[in-house]
Write a protein that binds this ligand. Structure first.
Ligand code: G3P
Length: 222
């Protein structure tokens, strides 16, 4: 299990759905192989299985519900996601928030299933609170910058720095990622310079004219 330093969240963009999702995953695999940089992907649940069949990079779910097998129509059962062959999951993304109690259940479930947990947070205070759950990663993403193309590493450097500091006061083993508006090599380098161990990103790569080139540019300065 390689530690990823780039996680590409496919969200529900047309460019990263269905056949496009499989194609994009192959580009991410190629970019990772060519650059030697660890890259993981988080496609929609419905696309997980065909993607896991066609690439070797770590594939994560975008969300898991805090449920057990039984009567939960329309929900994302952790055990079902696990069976697709995922290696981890995003948890509590700003576009799919959970209650504190449900975060606890889902992080615990990923531990039981030996999956990597990437717990998303929106500010320094929630990051510090979430550190007590001891996930593998915390990904700080100020919601107001998500999808804007304005990089968090440049617009709010103090949020990234303070998040790293507060989390590591509680648990030094948690790796911190940052996200929102990241798309270029400069953005990525700035994130690492602030103490993050990688980035969680989406639109800057998914909406790029050449997705593979955009990924290679992203890691060009590290
Ligand atoms: O999970 C990644 C994300 O929310 C950031 O989105 O489009 O600003 O890279 P984006």
């Amino acid at each position: 299990n390689k530690t990823p330093i780039i996680i590409l969240n496919y969200k529900t963009y047309t460019e990263s759905t269905g056949k496009n999702a499989v194609k994009l995953s192959q580009y991410v695999q190629e970019a990772s192989d060519e650059t030697g940089i660890n890259m993981a992907i988080a496609p929609q649940a419905v696309d997980l299985y065909p993607i896991i069949e066609s690439v070797d990079i770590p594939v994560y779910a975008q969300h898991m519900d805090a449920i057990t097998p039984g009567g939960h129509t329309g929900s994302a059962l952790p055990e079902a996601l696990y069976e697709t062959g995922i290696e981890g999951s995003l948890i509590n993304h700003s576009e799919k928030r959970l209650t504190l109690a449900d975060i606890d259940v889902v992080v615990e479930k990923t531990r039981q299933l030996d999956l990597t947990s990437v717990l998303c947070t929106n500010n320094v205070k929630t990051s510090a609170a979430c550190a007590s759950f001891n996930p593998d990663f915390i990904a700080i993403e100020p919601p107001e910058l998500i999808g804007t193309g304005i990089p968090v590493s440049q617009a709010s450097p103090e949020v990234v720095e303070n998040t790293v500091e507060e989390i590591h006061k509680i648990n030094k083993n948690i790796s911190v990622l940052c996200g929102a508006g990241i798309s270029t090599g400069e953005d990525m380098k700035a994130a690492l310079d602030l103490g993050a161990q990688g980035v969680l990103l989406a639109s800057g790569i998914i909406k790029a004219e050449n997705q593979k080139e955009a990924l290679i540019d992203l890691v060009s300065l590290i």
